[in-house]
Design a protein around this ligand. Structure first.
Ligand SMILES: [Zn+2]
Length: 292
């Protein structure tokens, strides 16, 4: 089976179309069809085409989960949780969306799991704090590895293509939630309070788990971890990459060959022109060209 995995489209329709065309091109060249597309959230926010992106994801994606911007634009999350620039953009975005598009965003789950044999969890931020956590370090990833039941977990949110690996993993090891129900609620619904410290029982699980590390040289060809390894994989962002490369990023997962990290150039000037026409902040427009 083969799946295209995209995240953080952020209302950038030119980038989304370029990615969909690239999925076709790769699959035609390989002579293998793409069975489904999955979306890891943040379909809207920042970009000039929220409606077109929501409709495309709704029509084309078999699975999709909510991102913080999707819930911000649809009124599920308080806009005070966002930076000024993000909040302004979400107010504009929510005015563009039709009621049925808002309903689609609202109805997204904050995590979903593909059953065996695929054995994959999908979430926007992290399995610990699905909407909000940025997985940026192996230490943060270690907490995540005890918080999902499958071999693989797909995440977005940071806009950075990333792989975290957990060596010699036993998939059926006991999983202890790292956050209490209270602190999870605080993180999801807003407050200045941070995480609770892990409890003694949680620390024991963490101390006994196999080492976790980040892959530093991202693979340029099909890549699959060793059979004993689990992985957290971030495909990067379709519509607003932040790793210094302005091309749209996504991943193809082929259950035989593994994961393929793709970069795709798109008509970036057209997107920027639409943003200028709508009077968007220049910082938002320029970051697209810089890939940051
Ligand atoms: Zn995002």
């Amino acid at each position: 089976m083969r799946y295209a995995i995209m995240s953080d489209i952020h209302g950038n329709y030119e980038a989304l179309q370029a990615v969909i065309d690239d999925v076709d091109a790769v699959c035609v060249e390989d002579g293998v069809k793409c069975d489904a597309m999955w979306c890891l959230g943040d379909v809207v926010g920042y970009g000039p085409d929220p409606s077109a992106c929501v409709r495309t994801i709704r029509d084309m994606c078999e699975l999709s989960v909510a991102g913080n911007h999707d819930f911000g634009a649809s009124g599920e999350v308080d806009l005070n949780e966002f930076s000024d620039m993000a909040r302004d953009s979400l107010i504009w975005t929510s005015q563009q969306l039709l009621p049925h598009e808002i309903d689609f965003l609202k109805s997204r789950p904050d995590r979903t799991t593909m059953p065996m044999p695929e054995d994959i969890t999908l979430v926007h931020g992290s399995p610990v704090v699905p909407l909000w956590e940025y997985l940026l370090t192996p230490e943060a990833a270690a907490l995540s590895f005890i918080s999902f039941p499958t071999r693989f977990c797909l995440v977005g949110h940071t806009h950075l293509p990333t792989i975290y690996l957990q060596a010699s993993a036993k998939f059926n090891q006991p999983r202890v939630p790292v956050l209490t129900a209270h602190s999870r609620h605080v993180m999801e619904y807003g407050s200045d309070e941070g995480y609770d410290e892990p409890t003694t029982a949680q620390m024991q699980v963490l101390n006994n788990m196999p080492p976790c590390y980040a892959v530093t040289n991202m693979p340029h060809a099909w890549w699959l971890p060793d059979e004993a390894e689990r992985a957290i994989i971030n495909p990067g962002s379709v519509g607003q990459p932040r790793d210094g490369d302005s091309r749209a990023a996504y991943v193809i997962y082929d259950t035989e060959r593994g994961f393929l990290f793709r970069r795709v150039g798109y008509w970036i000037e057209k997107t920027m022109e639409k943003m200028r026409d709508e009077g968007f902040a220049s910082a938002l427009i320029e970051r697209l060209g810089q890939g940051y």
